[in-house]
Design a protein around this ligand. Structure first.
Ligand SMILES: [Zn+2]
Ligand SMILES: [Zn+2]
Length: 331
């Protein structure tokens, strides 16, 4: 998993669009026939520049959440469960004694209409958010590119999926919360992670834990004379939170098939021939006079980025960096 940084600029843009959508869905678009409607001040707002239908019948919920929208959208992951409890209690004591009504409204507005209908809909905000975040590979596995490219300015093309860290089925209140939307590949989002319910006490979070990629190292162990399996270095001594996170994300599983590919290639460079070609490549490929930085050598020879900030830009950066380091240590 890769740390995503604070992404404050993306957060502000996202918050402003979500606010416009929620308010417009409640009041309708402001026009001559609807003077009580809503329109934001941003001329390029992707909500204000398209057709929109008011959501009827959820007035009490809208009136309840609109003053708390900033808190909900910008909630830090480790404050989300607390916030959910607080809002439920507020709803219970001030608005209605019906907690089901609160949960149903969260599901309907924020998850069904909001996330599924609007965020990933025809002119999806998911494309915008992906561009604002500018992550090039899956946050969870760093194996697949997750580029965003559109056919035409307004049309769809390709983009990442957004995984809900707290799943939107059981926590619909956070279906549109910024730090709950993790850019990822389809394998990590829909197959591997979906079975685990994450929380920040027991699991690392890509918006909270700056040291994620240095908390573990990939390693290899022989399973026959010529074949190797991918594992983690000193797994038995790994701290519980990191281990649980890697298990929950299925990191070993999603990497397992790469033992015959990327891992084998690196091992061959080190072991297959009498010479250590791995070392040779790093030391002799480029003229010393070029004074080339390590980062550039690794990018040109192995197609990876060495620094943690840039790891997301190339698939397998973390994996290959760890394996190369391990192989170079063999005497
Ligand atoms: Zn707007
Ligand atoms: Zn992935």
């Amino acid at each position: 998993m890769i740390y995503l940084g604070e992404q404050l600029e993306a957060l502000d843009k996202f918050y402003s669009v979500v606010t416009c959508w929620v308010k417009s869905k409640h009041l309708g678009r402001k026009k001559a026939s609807n003077l009580d409607g809503y329109k934001c001040n941003d001329l390029n707002c992707s909500v204000c520049t398209r057709g929109l239908q008011k959501i009827e019948g959820y007035n009490r919920f809208f009136e309840f959440i609109i003053p708390k929208l900033e808190e909900i959208i910008k909630a830090k992951p480790d404050k989300m469960l607390q916030l959910e409890l607080k809002l439920r209690a507020d709803w219970w004591s001030n608005v209605s004694h019906d907690l089901n009504e609160f949960n149903d409204a969260c599901s309907e507005i924020l998850s069904n209409k909001g996330y599924k209908g609007w965020f990933t809909g025809t002119k999806g905000l998911n494309y915008d958010l992906a561009e604002w975040l500018d992550q090039h590979t899956c946050t969870f596995c760093n194996r697949q590119y997750i580029f965003t490219a559109r056919k035409n300015a307004e049309e769809k093309g390709m983009t990442c999926q957004f995984d809900h860290w707290f799943d939107k089925g059981s926590r619909p209140l956070f279906a549109l919360s910024f730090y709950n939307l993790i850019p990822s590949c389809s394998v990590c989002n829909s197959s591997v992670k979906s079975v685990t319910h994450f929380n920040t006490d027991e699991y690392l979070h890509p918006y909270l834990d700056k040291d994620i990629s240095s908390r573990f190292k990939f390693s290899s162990i022989p399973n026959t004379a010529t074949q190797y399996d991918i594992t983690f270095l000193n797994e038995d001594k790994m701290d519980a939170k990191t281990k649980r996170t890697l298990d929950g994300l299925g990191t070993k599983l999603v990497y397992s098939k790469h033992s015959e590919k990327e891992l084998q290639d690196l091992i061959d460079l080190r072991m297959k021939y009498s010479k250590n070609y791995l070392k040779n490549l790093l030391e002799n490929t480029f003229d010393d006079k070029l004074n080339m930085a390590e980062e550039e050598k690794y990018r040109l020879i192995f197609g990876i980025e060495l620094s943690e900030d840039n790891m997301h830009k190339r698939p397998f950066s973390k994996f290959k960096k760890d394996i190369i380091e391990e192989l170079l240590k063999i005497k």
